[in-house]
Design a protein around this ligand. Structure first.
Ligand code: FB9
Length: 498
């Protein structure tokens, strides 16, 4: 017969007690009567309650408990008592008493002086004299009474609280009575038919535990899709549904030419200095720029053309050759539009890109030095701003953002340009959800795109929608070395439009 576990003994004693008395007023005193820890008894109570064998009601008491310092005083006497006991009839110097009492000295001196248990000789403040033969150590007495759970007058409690000698402690007990399924001895329900049962044949009169079909299986350790990748996939599906194809973005390193110059962004534009852009030391410059196209870009910057007066500054080739970490995937759009312009006859295209871009910006709750830019563009004859607004309505409504507002904005490479705002029902406010515009002729015509072909484009980040859809407050919890994996494992994508 298997050795009875201590828990079984506790269970047996508890059920027997309930059977005879019908109730256990307070599990704490019952535990001490059994000589077991209350924690152990609580384990048994929890299991018996689960099977409704006993009914348990919590009793919450707040009791004052002594701090360690107070426990010391209860044991060795109050600091003032220790001090006076340490003073010989001829008195003692403060130094000697401090050496003897340590931290209790200061408290002791004040209290002993307050109780007029000590005094000083005229003109010799250092020699402490004992003023009382015997004295009653009230404090020690009160602390001991508290330790024995006796009730203490409030003013004493307040004084002990003031001297930070007691703290409030919550203790939870349980009053118990028989439950609807009460039994004196709980049948241990078999959970499995073992060879032992079969060999001994005692399986015939065994009672089996019900199968808990609702039991959660072991959590299977599986991979989790990074929220950014989940939202990326959802946004890619929107682009596919709208007939867009992905642009190749597999080059984080770009030349200033494709990242800025080809976008008609002047070489002295503030975004082009190292405060905003990560320039490469090695390879510092590119050698692969298309000569004839480069000449056209130089011209349009320096003296315009195509109806534009240009910027009229001295355009520098080596500035355009500087390598950098791309600051936007619009650099990829530029390459694709140039390539498209070389394909005759011209065919309209819808392109999108979602990939990392790098900006030398101050890191804060919503900004890192790199983020994922989402960009869409449509290149076709006669496209208008209305077409852009229409496409934005489609795109953002698929993202669950139906109410859009557009605010005129400025980008060096688009005219007109618009910031896009959406009213976010959850946040109850207008959120800036992106930027957009029509690429300038000074950008498109030098590429060789036919007259009348316009390009409407827009951009947003992947991080912002992901943070809002996942309720992530700090971008560092979403991306980078400090990603909170539990957040990824536990949070489900609150499906708005996605
Ligand atoms: O993503 C942004 N906001 C956003 C987007 C979606 C969203 O979804 C929620 C579920 C509801 C919530 C918010 N923004 C763009 C707006 C702001 O966050 C902005 O402060 C930060 N912007 C980034 C750049 O920061 C320096 C977001 C990033 C951005 C901005 C502009 C473009 C791309 C990304 C662009 C462009 C463009 C313009 C014209 C032609 C081609 C490209």
């Amino acid at each position: 017969m298997a050795e009875k576990s201590p828990a079984a003994d506790v269970e047996a004693s508890l059920l027997a007690h309930l059977n005879s008395t019908g109730e256990v007023p307070d599990s704490r005193s019952f535990a001490s009567s059994l000589g077991v820890s209350h924690l152990e008894l609580e384990g048994v109570i929890k299991s018996l309650s689960a099977f409704r064998i006993v009914e348990s009601t919590d009793i919450i008491d707040e009791t004052w408990v002594l701090t360690d310092e107070a426990k010391g005083y209860a044991a060795k006497g109050s600091p003032e008592a220790q001090l006076v006991s340490a003073i010989p009839p001829e008195g003692a110097t403060k130094g000697a008493l401090k050496a003897k009492l340590g931290d209790a000295f200061d408290v002791g001196m004040k209290a002993a002086a307050r109780n007029k248990w000590i005094g000083f000789e005229k003109g010799n403040k250092d020699l402490v004299l004992r003023k009382v033969e015997n004295f009653k150590d009230e404090l020690q007495e009160q602390l001991k009474r508290l330790e024995n759970g006796e009730v203490i007058p409030d003013e004493v409690i307040n004084d002990l609280k003031r001297r930070k000698l007691i703290t409030k402690e919550k203790s939870i007990g349980h009053s118990l009575k028989k439950g609807p399924e009460f039994v004196v001895k709980r049948k241990t329900l078999a959970t499995d038919v073992t060879t032992e049962h079969l060999r001994s044949g005692d399986w015939k009169d065994l009672e089996f535990k019900d199968y808990n079909y609702a039991a959660q299986g072991q959590p299977i350790a599986k991979g989790y899709v990074q929220p950014l990748m989940e939202v990326r996939e959802a946004i890619e599906n929107i682009f596919f549904m709208m007939g867009f194809r992905e642009m190749p973005t597999n080059n984080f390193v770009e030349s200033s030419f494709w990242n800025f110059d080809a976008l008609f962004q002047p070489q002295q534009h503030p975004a082009r200095d190292s405060h905003d852009t990560f320039f490469l030391k090695a390879p510092m410059a590119t050698r692969q720029l298309p000569e004839d196209y480069l000449e056209k870009v130089k011209q349009v910057h320096q003296s315009g053309g195509y109806g534009s007066k240009g910027y009229g500054y001295d355009w520098k080739r080596d500035e355009a050759e500087k390598n950098l970490l791309r600051t936007h995937t619009t650099a990829v759009s530029t390459r694709m539009l140039y390539k498209l312009a070389q394909e005759k006859p011209f065919a309209p295209k819808r392109y999108y890109s979602i990939d990392r871009v790098f900006r030398n910006e101050a890191v804060d709750r919503t900004h890192l030095a790199e983020f994922h830019q989402i960009e869409g563009l449509i290149c076709d004859y006669g496209l208008t701003l209305g077409d852009l607004i229409g496409v934005l309505e489609d795109f953002f409504s698929s993202l669950g953002m139906s109410k859009l507002r557009f605010k005129p904005a400025y980008n060096p490479y688009t005219e007109p340009s618009m910031e896009i705002f959406s009213y976010h029902d959850g946040l109850k406010k207008w959120v800036e959800v992106g930027n957009s515009g029509m690429f300038r002729p000074e950008m498109l015509l030098p590429m060789g795109l036919p007259e009348g072909v316009n390009v409407i484009a827009w951009g947003l980040s992947l991080e912002r929608p992901t943070m809002i859809l996942y309720g992530i407050d700090n971008i560092r919890d979403l991306f980078g070395p400090k990603v909170d994996f539990n957040l990824i494992k536990s949070s489900t994508l609150c499906r708005l439009g996605l």
